[in-house]
Each structure stands twice: as structure tokens, then as C-alpha cells.
Design a protein around this ligand. Structure first.
Ligand SMILES: O=C(NCCNC(=O)c1cc(-c2ccc(F)cc2)cc(O)c1O)c1cc(O)ncn1
Ligand SMILES: [Mg+2]
Length: 214
């Protein structure tokens, strides 16, 4: 019977990565996806850009939309200050089940809250469910046509404050043209493009960092 790609990634993590060592989980997944089979993790090159923004912002409350196998959740959690939390949201239950195990293997489960379901359902509930006022940093890496509607929904639900930062993966490939036009054209955002490549390839892609001005 055929295993799924996320299951093969988890098997590789259990075989090769050191339990409790987030860096070795990240490196193991990068090695596997570069040399065995491609997968849609943010990857090592764009991951370094994400790391630098996480380290600069030192978020106490961070949201990730699109967990997949948990690669970026592990990468982010290993850089978070004590007492800070990453809430990561995944629509696909198969991906979520794998991500929980990858996050546990890396030993960062006490910094990560994984929630399952459609972002449009969850975003209006987050303040109440998690006792939040707003997010310091949001990483958008889920369905590309959800970036814009979910950003508008976060604005409407008061989840962004002056200075909140949005970091969006794949703004070139697969692309999020309506989102880019919005954050680059709106007087309520200060946007900056970090040129890079689609994970594990030479195809152009990039990360857009947008500061919400309130
Ligand atoms: O969120 C869900 N998928 C991941 C979103 N992410 C992407 O789609 C994504 C895609 C690519 C990509 C790039 C080039 C290419 F040729 C094929 C794929 C790269 C990335 O870096 C991504 O992040 C999802 C799925 C599902 O079945 N049900 C609920 N949610
Ligand atoms: Mg991505």
C-alpha cells in the first residue's frame, strides 16, 4: 500500500533526526526534500529569511497559517522567546496528524498549539479561544488564494495591531497576486519583498514582509 509524502517525511525524521533536537529535524527534512522527493516546506533558503524576521520581532504571540508537515512550525518554535506561543493552523487532517508527530519529535510541543480546520472559521474565534489581544507576527503559507481574504478577516477581527508583521511565503510561485497588490497598494501596510527561490529549486520565489500600520 502506498504511503503518503507526509508519512514518508515523518518516517525519515524518526529514522535520521535526533529526538528533542529541532535543528536536526529541520536539517533532516531539508536533506530528504532536496535529494529524495520535493515537498512544499518553506525550505532552507526562505527559512533563513523567516528566521531573521522571527529573531528581529521576538513575537510573544505568533500565528502560522498552513502547517503542512510542521517544518516551519519547528523552525519558528526553536527561535521563540520563553513563554511565547506559536499557533499553527492546518485545514488538512492528514497533514495535521503528521505535523503533530514532527513537532513532538523536535521537542517543541510546549511552544506550539496546532489547530485543525478552515482558517475562515477559526480566525473570528481566536481572541476568545486563546485569550489573545493581537498577533505580533503572522506567517502565511496556506492556500495562496486565502492570503488576501484571511488578511482582511484578521484586520476585521482586530487580530492585527499597529506594528504587527505579516510574512507571506510563495508570493511569486505559486503566487498570490491579489494579496501582493493589496499589501503593496494599501496605505495601511509598509511592504518589502525578499527575493529567493522556490524551496529546493532554482525557480524564482520570494517572501513578502508587510508591517500593519493600523
Ligand atoms: O494549505 C494547503 N496546502 C498547502 C498550501 N501551500 C501550498 O500550496 C504551496 C505550494 C507550493 C508549490 C509550488 C510549486 C509547485 F509546482 C507546486 C506547489 C509551494 C509552497 O511553498 C506552498 O506553500 C491545503 C491543502 C489541502 O489539500 N487542503 C487544505 N489545505
Ligand atoms: Mg509555502
Amino acid at each position: 500500500y502506498g504511503s503518503t509524502r507526509p508519512e514518508r517525511i515523518l518516517a525519515e525524521v524518526k529514522r535520521k533526526a535526533t529526538r528533542g533536537d529541532a535543528r536536526s529535524v529541520v536539517d533532516t527534512i531539508d536533506q530528504y526534500c532536496r535529494h529524495q522527493e520535493w515537498a512544499m516546506n518553506v525550505g532552507d533558503e526562505k527559512g533563513t529569511i523567516l528566521d531573521s524576521i522571527v529573531c528581529e520581532v521576538k513575537p510573544m504571540a505568533m500565528l502560522e497559517l498552513g502547517t503542512y508537515c510542521g517544518y516551519s512550525a519547528v523552525r519558528i518554535a526553536s527561535l521563540l522567546p520563553p513563554n511565547s506561543r506559536l499557533i499553527t493552523m492546518e485545514f488538512n487532517p492528514v497533514f495535521a496528524a503528521i505535523a503533530r508527530q514532527v513537532i513532538a519529535w523536535a521537542g517543541v510541543e510546549d511552544k506550539v498549539v496546532l489547530i485543525e480546520g478552515p482558517s475562515g472559521d477559526w480566525i473570528p474565534k481566536m481572541k476568545k479561544e486563546f485569550g489573545l489581544t493581537s498577533f505580533d507576527l503572522v506567517f502565511l503559507d496556506h492556500w495562496k488564494d486565502c492570503y488576501l481574504p484571511d488578511t482582511k478577516l484578521m484586520e476585521e477581527c482586530g487580530l492585527l495591531r499597529t506594528g504587527s508583521i505579516l510574512v507571506a511565503d510563495n508570493v511569486i510561485c505559486p503566487g498570490a497576486p491579489d494579496y501582493l497588490e493589496y499589501v503593496r497598494g494599501s496605505p495601511r501596510y509598509e511592504s518589502k519583498y525578499f527575493r529567493s527561490h522556490l524551496e529546493y529549486t532554482r525557480v524564482e520565489d520570494g517572501i513578502e514582509k508587510s508591517v500593519f500600520l493600523g
